[in-house]
Design a protein around this ligand. Structure first.
Ligand code: NAD
Ligand code: GLY
Length: 385
């Protein structure tokens, strides 16, 4: 499935970059990216009129950024309240969702209420699903505070909670009315979370824009050092690419699946080790290495391109060696991937620099690639770099 490879944008270190437009059948909206946006009134102008604003967050993020957001949006609403959910992927669940509904109904919030998701992908996904379902749909704004959320989860309208039998299994496509990425929030992000977010940045290079991969390689040290200009450009370019992909295929009937590069192996690693053992981005990093190697084995990408991807993943500090699950266990885990069709596992593969395709691959070859890239400790869990 070829994707167009646009020219690389010049590096912008402006505090306020040009907003990225997202245009899907489910909604048109802007992604505003820059420093100091949370506390700036202009970031919130032009949103749907709503008497009630409800900020959904968790206690840690609220204490860092909640009061500034509440103060900045206060002039636009009659009342601003907040609902704070417990932190962590294990709380992206029904009880947290219920807590949001309880707050909305208890406070008498009407169908014009505007929800603000202030946090990482967990808060964003659950708030989006609450917005999609409360009174059959109220508008919501994404205010992502992790790198992963700024470059991926806040854009494109995938919303969900987890079910005990599967991650993101209960959800909806529901677009936000705006995304505001304040790059200052990334300064408080723990390094492990920053590195995990870089996996989703790196992914856009091999699947869509090889020039961006070159930019990442050249600026990786700056990104790892948390340099605001480098991070702002990484967020800007990632959002431009994600906007182009979801604009072409909102519901993942084709092209959008390329955004899952590294995710078939990655989800298997997360599920096989138990969610939370490796962060999502860490598993995706390793998954991209395996998917690139598989692409080379299938005669798609060259071996040297696969090596190049492995080098950048390793330099970012992401794992490149997979856990040593038994072959049958790998296959069983990967068959749960949402891209699987009638039990057939489908992989996002690199067919040329900056271009991806989605295909099945012979089990024996997949398992051989995994075996050659596994490094087990006695517990079967490879040490993270
Ligand atoms: P997260 O939301 O759990 O955030 C990671 C941790 O960082 C949390 O403890 C959080 O409280 C903390 N945190 C957030 N912002 C902070 C800040 N600025 N300073 C300090 N600490 C901060 O994890 P995530 O990586 O942001 O998101 C992962 C979730 O996103 C998963 O549930 C995944 O399924 C989902 N996701 C969704 C999509 C989508 O398209 N909707 C895409 C990718 C991932
Ligand atoms: N994160 C993959 C997608 O949004 O489709």
């Amino acid at each position: 499935m070829p994707a167009p490879t646009p020219a690389v944008e010049p590096v912008s270190t402006d505090a306020r970059a040009t907003p990225v437009q997202v245009d899907t059948p489910g909604g048109r909206y802007e992604i505003r990216i820059g420093s100091g946006l949370i506390g700036t009134a202009e970031s919130w102008s032009g949103l749907p009129r709503a008497a009630d604003a409800v900020i959904v967050s968790n206690p840690a993020i609220w204490s860092l950024y909640g009061p500034a957001l509440a103060a900045a949006i206060a002039p636009q609403h009659r009342r601003v309240t907040q609902v704070l959910l417990p932190d962590g992927e294990q709380h992206k669940d029904w009880p947290s969702l219920q807590r949001i509904y309880d707050h909305l109904l208890g406070a008498g919030c009407d169908r014009k209420t505007l929800l603000y998701a202030l946090g990482g992908g967990v808060v964003g996904d659950i708030t989006g699903f609450a917005a999609a379902t409360y009174m059959r749909g109220v508008p919501f704004v994404q205010v992502p505070t992790t790198l992963l959320a700024q470059v991926d989860s806040s854009v494109g309208g995938k919303t969900a909670i987890n079910h005990p039998l599967g991650k993101n299994m209960i959800g909806a496509f529901y677009q936000p009315v705006r995304v505001v990425c304040d790059s200052d929030t990334l300064s408080s992000l723990p390094r492990r979370e920053l590195v995990a977010g870089l996996a989703e940045v790196i992914k856009y290079g091999p699947i869509y824009d090889d020039g961006f991969l070159g930019w990442i390689e050249a600026h990786l040290d700056a990104l790892l050092a948390g340099e605001p200009g480098a991070l702002a450009h990484a967020v800007q370019r990632s959002c431009e690419i994600k906007a182009a992909v979801v604009g072409a295929d909102e519901r993942e009937s084709g092209l959008r699946a390329i955004l899952n590069f590294g995710h078939t192996f990655g989800h298997a690693i997360e599920a096989g080790l138990g969610f939370g053992t490796w962060l999502h981005g860490e598993a995706v990093g390793c998954g991209m290495v395996l998917a690139s190697r598989l692409s080379a084995e299938l005669g798609l990408a060259s071996a040297s391109y696969a090596e190049r991807i492995e080098r950048v993943v390793a330099r970012a500090g992401l794992p490149t060696r997979a856990p040593a699950f038994a072959g049958e266990r790998w296959l069983e885990l990967m068959r749960h991937d949402k891209k699987a069709e009638a039990g057939e596992i489908r992989f996002v593969l690199v067919e040329a620099p900056g271009r991806a395709t989605v295909r099945p691959a012979p089990d024996a070859l997949v398992l051989d690639v995994i075996r050659r890239h596994s490094e087990a400790t006695p517990a079967g869990v490879p040490a993270r770099p």
